[in-house]
Write a protein that binds this ligand. Structure first.
Ligand code: SF4
Length: 400
């Protein structure tokens, strides 16, 4: 038996929260059919380039994500990890994606890299347009796997959260770095790859690059390993760097150094960064544009100034209030948002924040709110606002 949802009756038990073995089998049979269809598509070889060539909506963007849906087909139901996400990553900008664990930040980035853990994880709908260094625009969701191999790690690089588990412990740093160069640069030789790796280690501030080149990951400190990861990500001059919580595993002083390094490097290569974090301090310091995600959807988006100085969605307002800072009086408890994110298998068909929202109205339980535009760059999905962006009057809120 498995849990299906969190509803309980007066005794605290509800038979609808369980799935029988038969139901589980039925779900997994149905899922297998769906997964097979998606996998067949992905494994196609010799796909004509025309099928995945596309046009960017705005040529100043590196990536345009539109209505992306990435689901996980589990034996207890479908988890809609990313459920209709749309945002752009402009050239030379840092886009910060923020939200609590499980809100879909990392799955969105894995979708861009075509690294969603399969076969259960599948992109089922939407578009990810990418403008490559060769000037062509590719539709990543339709790209065959073998073609994506040429982009991943070269044009789009990723810095993972935990460098100890991302680096292979049985190979020396030099071997792992050289491999990236040899794989992506056809004219490279083992000697030129070594030279480039050492040069890159020097660029990310490693004092003795030759020694680090010849070391195993376990011989380095956490900060050094993260620098190595950054060097590896940058070695082929990517246009887009996806940094998934790059400083979470590091102590505060090293965090500041790594963020500074990322900023310097972004300037140097005029690249774009998608910075995923749950740390609002990091976002405030680094990002140009902020995307706030909640339960697989974007609930607010704007420039860093708009989000930090005039947040609109009650969830974003709650996040801002829960930051430690000078606004907290001595002895006062830090604000925390009550309640929990709904069960991802049984998402409601109304505002996902309804059960946690202090400002919830009747209308909030009658459908999912549309995005309201407050400025050309600022949007939020909430019933508290009129279509022109003004806040509804107290009477209007009462009526609803
Ligand atoms: Fe709160 Fe309603 Fe806005 Fe949802 S739509 S965040 S429940 S006020």
């Amino acid at each position: 038996m498995s849990f299906l949802n969190n509803d309980k009756n007066a005794e605290g038990v509800d038979s609808s929260v369980y799935l029988t073995l038969r139901e589980e089998r039925r779900i997994s049979r149905e899922n297998a059919k769906i997964i097979k269809k998606y996998e067949r598509e992905k494994n196609k070889k010799k796909v004509d380039e025309k099928e995945y060539l596309t046009e960017m909506r705005d040529p100043s963007n590196v990536v345009e994500i539109e209505n992306l849906h990435t689901y996980f087909y589990t034996d207890v139901g479908v988890v809609k990890s990313v459920n209709g996400v749309s945002f752009d990553i402009p050239q030379g900008k840092i886009v910060g994606v923020v939200g609590e664990s499980g809100c879909g930040k990392s799955v969105t980035s894995l979708s861009i890299m075509q690294l969603v853990p399969g076969p259960t994880g599948q992109i089922v709908e939407g578009s990810i347009r990418y403008k490559a260094s060769d000037g062509k625009c590719y539709e990543i969701t339709k790209m065959p796997r073998d073609r994506m191999l040429k982009i991943r790690g070269k044009d789009i690089a990723m810095i993972f959260q935990e460098p100890m588990t991302s680096l292979n412990p049985v190979f020396k740093i030099g071997y792992q770095m050289d491999e990236v160069v040899l794989l992506h640069e056809e004219e490279s030789t083992p000697e030129s790859a070594k030279k480039k790796s050492i040069e890159m280690l020097k660029q990310v501030g490693i004092a003795d690059p030759e020694k680090v080149y010849a070391s195993y990951p376990h011989e380095l400190s956490g900060g050094m390993r993260q620098r190595v990861m950054i060097a590896m990500a940058l070695i082929c001059n990517p246009r887009l760097i996806i940094a998934d919580e790059p400083t979470t595993a590091l102590d505060v002083t090293i965090q500041a150094q790594i963020l500074e390094l990322l900023r310097e490097i972004k300037e140097k290569i005029n690249g774009s960064i998608m910075l995923i974090t749950h740390d609002l301090g990091v976002i405030a310091e680094m990002a140009d544009i902020v995307v706030v995600m909640y339960a697989g959807r974007i609930i607010e988006q704007g420039t860093v100034k708009e989000i930090f100085h005039s947040p609109k969605h009650p969830y974003t307002i709650g996040l801002m209030k829960s930051r430690p800072g000078r606004h907290i009086k001595e002895g006062e408890k830090l604000y925390s948002i009550k309640g929990q994110v709904p069960n991802p298998i049984n998402m409601p068909d109304y505002c996902y924040f309804y059960n946690r929202c202090d400002k919830a109205m009747r209308v909030c339980s009658q459908g999912y709110p549309d995005l309201i535009k407050f400025s050309p760059t600022h949007y939020a999905a909430c019933y508290l606002y009129n279509e022109d962006g003004s806040e509804k009057s107290a009477e209007e809120k009462e009526r609803r």
